[in-house]
Design a protein around this ligand. Structure first.
Ligand code: ARG
Length: 576
């Protein structure tokens, strides 16, 4: 079966073709500005005649009239109307809509055609630091990165996820010494990672001897001393166990095979420096090897450096990121480098990309920092515990599940096991959805009440909508997917149109790395379903054909919610 164009794309192509015929202009479909209409009885609209009118020095209504004159309606459109100063109002033909919705029923991908030119995308996400607890910032990277991975894969791209663990650098001197100070019996299991890190830090700051030992230990670590590496590995393993617990509880797709920590790039660092030097890109500044990419200055107007090798000969965060970019493009053939990292690191990535570009490592490669805002407490400040510490992710997730359990407990007909599974799906879903449903660039307020609300744009609302539809379908009993779709009432039609927009939503979410666009769509779909259900009797429809058609719409809505939530990494329990 030939994949069909999404409705907006189909209309856009018709409109630009008409403009080509009418005015000899060659526009790209995206320039047609086709938008879903909010007017009653109108499906899509196009406002292009306004701006074209200016460009062609012709009254917009006249432009609109000539576009219509040349528009191929196919079997898709009713003859369109011109409204007001020159808006084009499009109404889709009922029979065409009915056929399209019918075709959805037989399509696992619900009308989304896979990308014709798939890309090979290296995606850096989660990336917590060894010997520290993950915090809400890592939660955001993890949840966003995982949803983006699922979306890109569904769109047909190849995704190479890599977890850039902070597992190297000077703090490891003190961490290793601190671990070695413990009696051997107490060494297995670091326990509380934050406390471990903080105690090591306190000793480092207050005990000169400990600090000296730590510095020597860094040198040993970097020179590959085996005993030192073994202790370092203990720290890494312990932390990885802890990260994996969080991933498992969150349902994150990352595995140990995706770990490419900072230490992985060690063997590549010296070469990176040599290459940048040979290209004449480096300067010595304060004894350090630096690159000063063009266009980066501080407030005083001084040029900003990317430090490639420190004065003491060591390598830092930036050098590792240079090696990382080079590795994924040259050795792994990535066409895209994506980084899901908080917005405070925007400048670091802008400078990194500038240097990589100058070195020729990004020829034909699309590099992008997918930034995100901070997670704030209900007081509007960056989230902390009452004691002023950063909140531990594991505690937060436990809290989510236990709060969700209270919401679910009202439904006593579920057995204990099912209730536990549902509470998990609801609680974890709520935390993830809260992270995903707002524009990622903005900060968001972590608010239990709001994220677990049964109404509004929440995962709980979507999960309820899905479970309600499933219960209707169960009551309906036997049903065939191959029934004619009849769009008899405006509410039937509105729901059908919404279901046909799934592909548009996926495309928008994928192209902007913006899962919130999918969230908004799913919410619209659930709302459209509930209007439909209020206005159109389903189980008690007037006749058997209409009943079958409405059950078909219900089943499609359910599948849309399950697939959509799945792409966000959120479960949709059958009963709730
Ligand atoms: N470990 C870093 C942090 O916690 C994030 C690393 C992001 N990835 C990268 N390639 N720099 O802030």
């Amino acid at each position: 079966m030939q994949p069909q164009l999404e409705v907006n794309e189909d209309l856009a192509r018709r409109v630009v073709a008409a403009i080509g015929r009418a005015f000899g202009l060659d526009l790209a479909p995206a320039e047609a500005l086709i938008a879903v209409s909010t007017r009653d009885g109108v499906d899509y609209q196009c406002n292009l005649a306004m701006s074209l009118g200016k460009r062609l020095a012709t009254p917009p209504r006249e432009v609109a009239r000539r576009i219509l004159e040349h528009l191929d309606l196919g079997n898709v459109l009713e003859p369109p109307e011109i409204a007001g100063p020159g808006f084009l109002n499009f109404v889709l033909r009922r029979s065409w809509l009915e056929d399209r919705v019918h075709a959805l029923a037989g399509d696992d991908r619900l009308g989304v055609a896979p990308e014709e030119q798939p890309r090979r995308i290296a995606l850096d996400y989660s990336s917590p630091n060894v010997a520290k607890e993950m915090h809400v910032g890592h939660l955001r990277s993890t949840v966003l990165g995982d949803a983006i991975t699922r979306l890109l894969r569904f769109a047909g791209h190849e995704v190479l996820p890599h977890n850039h663990l902070g597992d190297w650098g000077t703090p490891f001197g003190m961490l290793i010494e601190h671990l070695l100070d413990k009696p051997p019996a107490a060494r297995s299991g670091i326990g509380d990672l934050n406390a471990f890190y903080q105690t090591a830090r306190r000793k480092f700051n207050s005990d000169e001897k400990f600090a000296a030992r730590s510095r020597e230990r860094v040198v040993k670590l970097q020179s590959g001393d085996l005993e030192t590496l073994a202790v370092w590995q203990e720290l890494v393993d312990e932390s990885t166990r802890h990260f994996n617990e969080v991933y498992r509880s969150l349902g994150i797709t990352l595995t140990d095979a995706d770990i490419y920590g900072e230490s992985f790039y060690n063997p590549y660092l010296a070469n990176v420096v040599h290459e940048l030097e040979a290209d004449g890109l480096t300067e010595i500044s304060d004894g350090a090897v630096c690159v000063f990419p063009e266009g980066f200055h501080n407030r005083e107007g001084d040029r900003l450096p990317l430090i490639v090798r420190k004065r003491d000969g060591g390598y830092g965060y930036a050098a590792t990121d240079l090696a990382t970019a080079k590795y994924w493009t040259t050795e792994r053939g990535a066409t895209d480098l994506l980084y899901v990292v908080g917005t405070p690191q925007a400048q670091h990535f802008a400078m990194l990309f500038a240097v990589c570009r100058a070195a020729g490592w990004l020829d034909g490669v699309h590099a992008k920092h997918i930034g995100f805002g901070s997670v704030l407490g209900t007081d509007g400040k960056v989230m902390r515990t009452r004691a002023g510490e950063t909140i531990k992710l594991a505690d937060l997730l436990d809290e989510a599940v236990s709060q969700a359990a209270e919401v679910v407990a009202e439904r006593s007909e579920l057995g204990a096991d099912e209730q536990r599974a549902v509470a998990h799906a609801v609680g974890i879903g709520a935390v993830k959805y809260a992270d995903l449903s707002g524009d990622r660039e903005r900060d968001y307020v972590f608010d239990w009440g709001r994220m677990l609300a049964k109404d509004g744009n929440t995962s709980v609302y979507l999960q309820y909508a899905h479970a309600r539809i499933e219960s209707i379908l169960t009551k309906a009993g036997n049903r065939s997917d191959d029934t004619a779709v009849l769009l008899a009432e405006p509410a039937d039609r509105a729901l059908a149109l919404t279901l046909l927009r799934f592909g548009e939503a996926i495309r928008a979410a994928v192209s902007a790395y913006a899962p919130h666009k999918l969230c908004t769509y799913l919410y619209d779909a659930a709302v459209a379903f509930s209007r439909f259900y209020e206005q159109c009797p389903v189980l008690a429809a007037e006749n058997a054909e209409l009943r079958a058609s409405r059950l078909q719409l219900a089943a499609l809505t359910s599948r849309t919610l399950v697939l959509g939530l799945g792409l966000l990494g959120i479960e949709a329990p059958q009963r709730l």
